[in-house]
Design a protein around this ligand. Structure first.
Ligand SMILES: *Cc1c(COP(=O)(O)O)cnc(C)c1O
Length: 428
């Protein structure tokens, strides 16, 4: 019998979504505002403002951040940068080891992303390299970078205390890209609430979904109001259209927000399940030599484990690795809206090791979706000429890493099947 395909991370409905959507239709709120948008924003505010015990074990008082719902996480990055005053000719420091949505909006604003490599503990922005980059940009351009964008890759918090300390010392605002890290905590505080702005994504494969959507966590009501102004075409309060600024059509629809409200009833369960899947991988992979699970480096870190990730020792022998790159790929990762730009060559000058590709193919043949780690932005052709401060960490991880399925649809039996498939693919 054909086994079901285990996907990387698949949306999981609570059953409440249709109630909120039906209500929107009944009340004729089929527009980018309305009761679901307001309700979803207040649910999100409750979620991001709560805090557990801090590093000293003491209870922390809740925060008072505001949340704006937008049409995508990418839109949230864009408006956060706008809110930091980023414009043509400016530079923005971005973690290189990320998905392109962290850096592309910098270019939308006519500014230049400057990439900073990762440290080995969290795989996120290296604070020492960050400081080196800031100093060097000031020396070379005479100006400070306008913002810093650290990323919670696969949900893992970056070194929040150290990044915030460096940013604070130079007076540069931080835009936290917590698109993959919704609900991840550092010292008991939710990611996205440490910087000037925090980005969340509700794309189909993220921790929760609104089919497509995102949100920006803002410091206070005034900055949230400014973000909403730019998200709604920068309209002013006249009986006719009056514009003094360029705006965007980035507000979330009341239908999508209805899905979001339904999802908020299960987000804590979802996160608990992702952590459970990670714990099971931890247990089952413990004695698999040459395969290392990426994990929280210390109790201060509390990843949501949006995706579980492993690295393969370069000396590990995997069945079929000699032919791993022989066949040209016909698909692409993600398959965004079914749109794929055909690859020009079967290989590039920076790609996962052959044993990693062979492991991905072995999993695929067993109906299990795995994916290489994100290719660092400083190795992407589109950013070939951008300044980059590099220590080799993200590129070396890209060569050896794989993302494994996680999330509410992945059962204990699925994790066992995945780990068994990994064991079987290893030559001894
Ligand atoms: C998904 C993602 C985004 C953007 O989110 P969309 O909602 O897909 O626009 C931004 N940054 C990172 C790191 C992401 O993974």
């Amino acid at each position: 019998m054909e086994q079901k395909r285990i996907l990387l991370c698949l949306a999981h409905m609570s059953g409440r979504e249709m109630d909120f959507i039906r209500e929107a239709f009944e009340q004729n709120w089929v527009v980018p505002m309305g009761p679901n948008v307001n309700g979803f924003e207040s649910d999100l505010e409750c979620f991001v403002n709560r805090r557990g015990p801090g590093a000293d074990g003491r209870l922390q008082t809740p925060l008072d951040k505001k949340v704006c719902c937008l049409s995508a996480g990418t839109a949230a990055v864009h408006l956060a940068l706008l809110g930091c005053g980023v414009g043509p000719g400016d530079e923005v420091i971005v973690q290189s080891f990320t998905f392109c949505a962290s850096s592309h909006p910098v270019t939308y604003l006519g500014a230049t992303p400057v990439f900073v490599d990762s440290e080995r503990q969290t795989w996120n922005m290296d604070p020492e390299l960050l400081e080196e980059a800031i100093k060097d940009r000031i020396a070379k351009t005479g100006r400070k970078p306008k913002a810093i964008v650290p990323v919670a890759l696969y949900g893992m918090p970056y070194q929040v205390d150290r990044i915030m300390e460096v940013a604070g010392r130079y007076g540069i605002p931080v835009v936290e890209d917590a698109a993959e890290g919704m609900g991840s905590c550092f010292d008991g505080q939710v990611l996205g609430t440490f910087g000037r702005y925090g980005v969340l994504s509700f794309n189909g494969n993220k921790m929760i979904t609104t089919s497509g959507g995102g949100a920006l966590i803002c410091n206070d009501a005034e900055s949230a109001r400014e973000i909403l102004y730019y998200a709604t075409q920068a309209r002013e309060a006249y009986p006719y259209y009056q514009h003094t600024d360029i705006g965007y059509n980035y507000r979330m629809s009341n239908i999508c927000a209805g899905i979001g409200r339904g999802q908020m009833t299960v987000i804590d369960e979802h996160i608990a399940h992702h952590k459970h899947v990670q714990a099971l991988y931890r247990e089952l992979l413990a004695d698999v030599e040459g395969v290392t699970l990426h994990d929280n480096p210390s109790p201060r870190y509390d990843s949501n484990f949006w995706l579980c990730t492993v690295t393969l020792d370069p000396s590990l022998k995997v069945k079929g690795q000699e032919d791993a790159y022989a066949a040209a790929l016909s698909g692409a990762v993600g398959g965004a809206a079914g749109v794929v730009h055909a690859a020009k060559t079967p290989t590039t000058d920076c790609q996962p090791n052959a044993n990693v590709e062979a492991m991905r193919m072995a999993l695929d043949a067993a109906n299990i979706e795995a994916r290489p780690l994100w290719k660092p932005m400083h190795r992407q052709p589109v950013y070939a000429s951008n300044p980059a401060y590099v220590n080799g960490v993200s590129e070396s991880l890209f060569h050896v890493g794989l993302c494994l399925p996680a999330g509410p649809w992945v059962s204990d039996d699925d994790v066992r099947r995945i780990v068994d498939t990994i064991r079987d693919a290893i030559l001894d």
